[in-house]
Design a protein around this ligand. Structure first.
Ligand SMILES: O=P(O)(O)OC[C@H]1O[C@](O)(COP(=O)(O)O)[C@@H](O)[C@@H]1O
Ligand SMILES: [Mn+2]
Length: 650
């Protein structure tokens, strides 16, 4: 044991070769511990709505505006503060407009630069100089540092700053400088971003969101069921591929695949046009407002139906291949009487709203036709070989997981499967039982195996498991008793569409149950929270996202336009800064254009969920914990230098 310690100290002495260097590092780390905790920003269920996403990313769900309020208090009108906020979110676009009406741009630059520098100073004050320096845009790094640091040795500060600002304006660099400062403020306002699942599906730009996330300075992602669906598709799992394409078609978003990812859908299109030529495909109308031409719409509706039929077939095959999934009762194609146009479910007969299935052989309803097989095999290789998709999925794998414990909070997308009595539900997977945290962990390991396992069988299991995570009642990411896709397309009876939620969702107010879950994930402190997405909070009916006296926060972002009618708002996001937790309720996002022109911001309401008694410092966070350990190690090294166990390296 001692040997190990010695070896460790030797290694450490390579990094801190002298007493002076080790001491300096201890002092630096100690200083960081005493800075206020960085701001965390939580977003969930973005569902492809990249414009709204991009806006909340820019405004930090109200954090930028709060900074402006802190700095200017009553010395600026609320209008001016809002203009300044909009400028910080959209500097280029805003200046394009201002230039058209402003009489003296020079004055405007002066006032604006002064205001931005003040906000920037405030945003930077939470960080060490070294961290701020790393965030500075290269081109203006030196000047910005000059402007935001207090220089006691300069006696006439005002004229010092004024001369820098005048030079910037004089040499025609005011606008790029304003852009750089605005972006820096955005960057410094939020220290770390959490995405609590469901980047993908329903909206038009998940690939754009993924690109933005890839460039974001600090982020983690808890996968949502829709994300795992896309991961499964990228791994070549046919059930996932079929669902991904069906959902894109349903929302009129096939462009994501064709233009966003370069996946060729022509074979599917020609097939759908041929096979469903005279079929009105009534059950497969597209969702949302679709402003596209009628022929295009007709084509997409047919592709929607063609892919849905393929989905029900390939899912049937996966269910047969994996008896352990216990999903046999979801195989419905063999329950249809194709002659009479009815289906029998639980002993009851229902009329099918559509009975035109030219590719289904009633004796072998789950077999793909030759053409369907050909399409799926081409799609499989298209998904597997799509560089950009693979790159996005690698990012999800590297930055994400099924859950996260971070600064005393437990983050996951869906739920922890429970029994009616509130105890953990045990789930058998490939011969072993798992519940709670171990269920999360084994499922995550299967996802990774689906991408990386060398053993073919393990890899195959991993892939199928991604489809299972998408829709199984035992999946913590889905948490409903069935996914009633088939019934919702083909049956009029609403009772068959019902997807019953796991008891978890009825137990969210039960403190005993919530404490049990937190403890299961190693969180025993009274101050711990669960942060949850997945289920839209229906503010319209008075539902609150704050459950269990604030211990649970269900912040389904409601970004998804398709769901805004049901929720009545555009959902919630959460901020955790050094003063506590703040929940922001958002109004629907009209457009980027409106956000700039009308200076409309979409957070309508901010509720302080919890105000801490004492301001939280870095020392109180997970990173603070690590820093404290580093300090302890360095103290050990110092001791070793002083006692002569280790000699300084000069
Ligand atoms: O509204 P759509 O697109 O028809 O999708 C409904 C389906 O999506 C789900 O709600 C799952 O998606 P979420 O994770 O966004 O809730 C299923 O339970 C349901 O069958
Ligand atoms: Mn979800």
């Amino acid at each position: 044991m001692k040997e190990l310690k010695e070896r460790y100290l030797e290694r450490l002495s390579e990094l801190y070769p002298t007493i002076a260097k080790a001491s300096t590092e201890i002092i630096n780390l100690q200083a960081i511990l005493n800075l206020p905790k960085g701001t965390e920003h939580f977003l969930t269920d973005i569902h492809g709505e990249y414009e709204a996403f991009s806006h909340v990313l820019k405004n930090g769900s109200g954090s930028v505006r709060r900074k402006i309020d802190d700095v200017f208090g009553n010395t600026l009108s609320s209008r001016d503060k809002q203009s300044l906020a909009t400028l910080i979110y959209y500097p280029k676009e805003k200046m394009d407009r201002i230039r058209q009406t402003e009489e003296s741009m020079e004055d405007w630059y002066k006032i604006t630069l002064y205001r931005l520098i003040e906000v920037c100073k405030c945003a930077a004050s939470k960080y060490t100089r070294s961290k701020v320096r790393k965030a500075l845009p290269k081109e203006f790094a030196y000047v910005i540092e000059e402007l935001i640091t207090v220089r006691p040795e300069v006696s006439d500060k005002e004229s010092y700053y004024n001369s820098i600002v005048s030079t910037i304006i004089g040499i025609g660099r005011a606008e790029p400088f304003i852009v750089a400062l605005s972006e820096l403020i955005q960057r410094l306002t939020v220290d770390h971003l959490h995405i609590v699942g469901d980047v993908y599906d329903r909206g038009p730009g998940p690939h754009i969101i993924m690109d933005k996330l890839k460039n974001y300075h600090s982020v983690d992602i808890q996968w949502g069921n829709h994300d795992v669906l896309w991961m499964g598709a990228a791994a070549g799992q046919r059930g996932c591929i079929a669902n991904v394409i069906r959902i894109c078609a349903r929302y009129g978003n096939l462009d994501i695949l064709e233009d966003g990812y370069g996946i060729n859908l022509l074979p599917l299109a020609t097939f759908a046009l041929r096979v469903y030529k005279d079929d009105p495909c009534e059950c497969f109308k597209l969702k949302g407002e679709q402003n596209r031409d009628i022929n295009e719409k007709q084509l997409e509706i047919r592709m929607h139906k063609a892919m849905s039929v393929i989905q029900f077939k390939v899912e049937g095959q996966i269910i047969k291949k994996n008896p352990g999934f216990h999903l046999e009762d979801r195989n419905l194609l063999d329950k249809i009487d194709y002659e009479r146009g009815v289906i029998t479910l639980d002993g009851k007969e229902y009329e099918m709203l559509d009975i035109n299935f030219p590719t289904i052989d009633p004796k072998h309803p789950y077999a793909l036709s030759k053409d369907e097989e050909e399409i799926m095999s081409r799609l499989e290789s298209a998904f597997l070989n799509c560089e950009k998709l693979q790159d996005h999925m690698r990012f999800l794998l590297n930055k994400g997981g099924l859950y996260k414990v971070y600064n005393g909070n437990l983050l996951y997308h869906g739920c922890v499967p429970l029994k009616e009595d509130g105890t953990l539900k045990s789930v058998r997977l490939y011969g072993r039982s798992y519940k709670g945290k171990s269920l999360y962990e084994v499922l995550e390991s299967y996802v990774r195996k689906g991408f990386y396992a060398l053993n073919k069988k393990e890899k195959e299991r991993g892939k199928d498991m991604m489809w299972y995570i998408w829709l199984s009642e035992n999946s913590p990411l889905f948490g409903k008793d069935k996914m009633a896709t088939f019934e919702r397309y083909f049956l009029a009876e609403k009772e068959t569409h019902k997807e019953k939620k796991n008891p978890y969702y009825n137990l969210l107010e039960n403190e005993k149950v919530i404490n049990m879950i937190l403890k299961e994930f190693g969180l025993t402190e009274e101050s711990a929270h669960i942060i949850n997405g997945h289920v839209p909070v229906k503010a319209i009916t008075g539902e609150s996202p704050i459950k269990c006296n604030g211990k649970v926060l269900v912040i389904d972002g409601g970004f998804s336009r398709a769901y805004q009618k049901q929720t009545g708002i555009a959902g919630y996001t959460l901020i955790y800064n050094s003063y506590g937790l703040i929940l922001a309720a958002h109004e629907p996002f009209e457009s980027t254009e409106a956000a700039i022109e009308k200076e409309s911001d979409i957070h309508s309401d901010s509720v302080v969920v919890k105000r801490v008694l004492e301001r939280k410092m870095v020392g109180d966070t997970d990173i603070g914990q690590e820093l404290k350990e580093q300090i302890e190690d360095l103290k050990m090294l110092l001791q070793a230098y002083r006692s002569g166990e280790i000699t300084e390296r000069m």
